[in-house]
Design a protein around this ligand. Sequence first.
Ligand code: MRU
Length: 342
Amino acid sequence: MRPLNTTSLTLRDNRLWILDQQALPQEKRWLASDSVEQLVGHIHALRVRGAPLIGLSASLLLALLAERGLPHDDVLQALGTLRAARPTAVNLMNNLDRIKLALTQPDWRAAVAEEAWRLVEEDRALCDRIADHGAALVAPGSRLLTHCNTGGLATAGIGTAIGVLLRAHQQGKVAQVWVDETRPLLQGGRLTAWELGELQIPYRLICDSMAASLMAQGQVDAVWVGADRIAANGDVANKIGTYSLAVLAHYHRIPFYVAAPHTTHDPACADGAAIPIEQRAAEEVTGVSGSFGQCRWAPDDAEVYNPAFDVTPAALISGWVLDSSVITPQQVEAGIFRRTLG
Ligand code: MRU
């Protein structure tokens, strides 16, 4: 396959490499993802993460396996295994549905490779369009708050919510970004802080629990987050903690925007209650671990609840900033998300 370079995915010497997002920012370590088992392991461990990137990495691996001569049925089986790697972000399922269609072509090996490439190229373009639409909503001098990581690390392009922040920054409109650390896995503290630093966007890192008082002090002009799945009624699943921000923003009358590509939309999910929410290991809450080390603070027998995502009801969202346009609450009420987009 043709070589490929994104912030966190590389195709080189007919191998797929992923930038280990658990090692960042202390270490920039690239890991081979040559087999389904390896990639599923990386996805489970969030070494590769972010809704669009999970789908792209799975599609590229299937293209590589097809090119290496894996029989059709085995590629199909691999697709099924990858599809189940993480349940909440629908980009994975949407991307793999397209690869599955390519597998029905007479020259399926070439078709799968082409489709995987197309998905990457499309994702880049989708990010740019989201950034253009989103930046138009940012007022000069804005102090914007974001959660989790939605940048180049999580997509093939400039990102979704972070793409908006970048475009608005390039237009000279961003005074500062407040970065939620995003417990329990610290995607904000480790990844977004690192990305914004690289992009030279001024930011300040906060603990998730600090957002409320900042809003009360009038220090947040808008909240920008990504999405893992948008249901037919406009409800949005995103990283745990997003819902609390939406409630806070509503109370403080601060606009709350969701930025996502149409590959994150799932018209088959009637509402947020139908979105499967991934439950994760207790160790993520009883302590922390990463390339910075390991630490446990909770009692050995502590019972834990650890959903990786929550659902923000459509009623709390000011705008769904997609690649096609900015969707308004009125359009959502009229049923725009009940039909296929894109
Ligand atoms: O568990 P993660 O780190 O994969 O969760 C990521 C998020 O919730 C992001 O906000 C979402 O996937 C959008 S990434 C452009």
